[in-house]
Ligand binder design. Structure first.
Ligand SMILES: N[C@@H](CCC[C@H](N)C(=O)O)C(=O)O
Length: 300
């Protein structure tokens, strides 16, 4: 018997967004002050980040109300997983907050993140400086099983894809593995990146950075991000790279971290033990998302 197909079109709701980028690490930003949880589900964030059928982005960032800060940041990676922190994203969010009429105090915002409350300074030249807090170095804090939980992971041996690597792990709220190599051209990121991300010693997966030391104040990086793949820049990663370089006696406490999308200035302040990251953030365009109602199945 022939059946006739019934197509029901769910009514669309709309949601305003702004697209921003920091060194080519790009985000869809959403003013989420009206509800305590992100207005998009993880699956909707994946759809929005899709570079063919969505807006296209490395992640979706929500600006929410905060009790003890100017506002709160939450971020979904392009695969829908939630991360604790995003260095490039928080610079973008600071500029976005200003367009929403949230006024900083003496050009400074205090922002609640999964890595604690961070101070963000809007500099006169348009750049943004973020106090990224202190790095966490113990294996249990990363987390990784490459060492006992109460020990640091500095130049630990790890075999991935049949090769031996020397891995230093740093958490900036989110987990990073840093590997110093003599030649970045030799790194096939699309092949090796996912193998590190899902390696069994990293129970919450890992952001991976391959680093060539150009000088003690100049580090060049290739980035594979947890939940987003190869990106043009990673702010938390740039901080982790500087920390790892200092711990391996390869860099000074202040350096330029050269990412595929451009440079970040990173300083590890010896007095506070905090990382200070300075870099740009830029608005690209604004728009309106067409969304099926939450909880509805696809209308296609
Ligand atoms: N690109 C970001 C980091 C985003 C989160 C990361 N992929 C994770 O899952 O931890 C940055 O600039 O720091």
């Amino acid at each position: 018997m022939m059946r006739s197909a019934v197509i029901t079109w769910a009514p669309m709701s709309t949601l305003a967004f702004a697209k921003y980028e920091g060194l080519g690490n790009d985000f869809v930003l959403i003013d989420n002050r009206h509800t305590p949880e992100p207005v998009l589900s993880a699956a909707q964030a994946v759809a929005v980040c899709d570079r063919h059928r969505g807006v296209g982005a490395d992640g979706v960032i929500f600006l929410l109300e905060a009790r003890d800060a100017d506002f709160q940041m939450r971020i979904f990676n392009s695969d829908g997983s939630e991360a604790q922190m995003c260095g490039n994203g928080i610079r973008c969010l600071a500029h976005y907050a200003r367009t929403l009429g949230i006024e900083p105090t003496a050009d400074r915002y205090r922002v609640q993140t999964g890595a604690g409350v961070l101070d963000i300074d809007l500099l006169p030249d348009g750049q943004v400086r973020v106090d990224m807090g202190a790095p966490a170095l113990l294996a249990g804090e990363i987390p990784t099983t490459l060492a006992p939980a109460d020990q640091k992971v500095i130049a630990a041996p790890l075999n991935v894809a049949g090769s031996d690597w020397s891995v230093t792990c740093v958490s900036m709220g989110n987990p990073h593995a840093v590997i110093f190599v003599p030649d970045l051209e030799a790194i096939d990121l699309e092949r090796i990146g996912p193998l590190f991300e899902h390696e069994r010693h990293f129970p919450e997966r890992i952001n991976t950075h391959f680093v060539r030391v150009l000088s003690p104040t100049h580090l060049q990086v290739k980035v594979w991000e947890r939940g987003a793949g190869a990106t043009l820049a990673c702010g938390t990663g740039a901080c982790a790279v500087l920390v790892a370089a200092v711990l391996n006696h390869l860099a000074q406490e202040e350096a330029t971290v050269e990412l595929p999308g451009g440079p970040l200035q990173i300083r590890w302040d010896s007095e506070s033990n905090h990382l200070l990251m300075t870099g740009p953030a830029r608005t690209v365009f604004e728009g309106t998302l067409q969304l099926p109602p939450l909880g509805s199945s696809s209308t296609r």
